[in-house]
Design a protein. Structure first.
Length: 171
């Protein structure tokens, strides 16, 4: 079954709670609140606050726990689900939950700096090129080649075949 995906912007209600599962995976939970603002006549009025419970896993959980704090305005993207239960007073309650694929600081009201955890020279998503040895900044980027082709080869045979074909046409 495919869950709906959505992005939510809101304020962090508390410090994320980081824990480790029995299998050794990091998981962090936190809640965000989104309060819509509605223009009413000459001014603005707050709408009803919508609360979202958010769960993040593995490396993202560790980064979230180290990076965001209560009150920060964040943007969360992930799979949306709804859970209902009956509380101790017998009332049916509902919560909206996001299994987050990405979390970021909303730069509308915050300034942030980025600290890569993988140097660009070792990041398979960054193509080969010149890298500053001190800062890790990519200075010159060359075309990226897939690490593995869909057929399971390393892609070198295809690249050599393309070069040979080009030489035949040019020669």
């Amino acid at each position: 079954m495919h869950e709906p995906r959505m992005s939510v912007t809101g304020h962090l209600a508390a410090v994320p709670k980081l824990r480790i599962t029995k299998q050794g995976h990091s998981v962090a939970d936190f809640r965000i609140a989104h309060t819509p603002r509605v223009r009413l006549g000459e001014g603005w009025v707050d709408g009803e606050t919508i609360w979202f419970s958010v769960t993040v896993w593995r490396g993202l959980a560790e980064h979230v726990a180290a990076s965001i704090r209560k009150g920060d305005r964040v943007v969360v993207e992930g799979k949306l689900s709804q859970r209902s239960w009956t509380d101790e007073k017998g009332q049916v309650r509902t919560s909206l939950e996001l299994d987050a694929a990405s979390v970021g600081i909303d730069l509308m009201f915050n300034r942030a700096t980025s600290h890569r955890t993988v140097p660009p020279a070792q990041d398979p998503m960054v193509s080969s090129g010149e890298v500053d040895p001190v800062t890790g900044e990519v200075l010159m980027v060359t075309a990226a080649r897939p690490l593995v082709d869909l057929d399971g080869s390393d892609g070198l045979e295809d690249e050599l075949a393309d070069l040979e074909a080009d030489e035949l046409v040019a020669g």
